[in-house]
Design a protein around this ligand. Structure first.
Ligand SMILES: [Zn+2]
Length: 243
């Protein structure tokens, strides 16, 4: 393949297409992250709702236990009250009375506990209700947004593939050696792998180029690489200079 100004033009065109592809790839990478953010928001809303439900279930279980405790105390009071009529000694009578008093006090405490638990259930239900509303809102929004993003991703991928085909076709016109240097520089993060000389300098790394190099670049008969940054150098044509 002949190396000339035309070759340079082809590679500059390939680079312009690669820049578009890079932009598309960045977009393609962004979309799944945005989808994941919506999914994470949905998960967190779901967890909140589940937590509110678990809290209510826990309170209801505790309430049942307390109610059983209370029933046991009431049964004890009933039993001891009946026994009061059967005791023979004053001491036994007093002992029973004492037990009744204790059972009543314990029962009263349990009733207070049950009231507190019921308040907990009430606030739990309120939390559950607002968590459910929040979840529904997050879910509705996520559904719509994820749908939009998924469509966007399909479009971006199609654009990317089409652009890649155009780019590959253009790359065929660039000599293999030149393409290798170009790809190597890009792989190392230098996306502007071919750069114009700017006066006597490499326009990318700003190093001052030897006059002989400038002559070579101007002739455009061979591949000239910046010794400092390993980018391919070319002399911009007048039209490009204006840009
Ligand atoms: Zn350079």
């Amino acid at each position: 393949m002949v190396f000339n100004k035309e070759t340079i033009r082809h590679l500059v065109a390939v680079q312009a297409q690669d820049a578009i592809i890079d932009g598309l790839q960045k977009e393609i990478g962004r979309v799944p992250r945005e989808i994941a953010a919506f999914q994470a928001g949905l998960e967190s809303a779901k967890t909140k709702l589940a937590e509110a439900k678990t809290k209510i279930i826990g309170c209801e279980k505790k309430k049942k236990e307390k109610e059983l405790d209370l029933a046991a105390k009431e049964e004890a009071i009933r039993k001891h009250t009946m026994e009061l009529n059967q005791v023979k000694t004053n001491d036994a009578f007093k002992a029973l009375q004492h037990e009744i008093e204790q059972a009543k006090a314990a029962g009263s405490q349990i009733e207070t506990d049950i009231l507190e638990i019921m308040e907990g259930i009430d606030s739990g239900r309120k939390e559950e209700k607002s968590a459910a509303v929040e979840f529904k809102a997050v879910e509705d929004k996520a559904k719509v947004e994820i749908g939009v993003l998924e469509n966007e991703l399909v479009e971006l991928k199609a654009k990317h593939d089409a652009q890649k085909a155009v780019r590959d076709e253009a790359a065929v016109l660039v000599p293999f050696d030149m393409m290798r240097v170009y790809n190597h520089a890009r792989m190392r993060g230098k996306l502007d792998a071919i750069v114009p000389v700017d006066g006597g300098n490499c326009s990318a790394c700003r190093i001052n180029l030897a006059p002989q190099m400038i002559v070579e670049v101007t002739k455009a008969k061979a591949l000239v690489i910046c010794e400092s940054c390993q980018r391919i150098l070319y002399k911009p044509e007048p039209a490009e200079k204006a840009v």
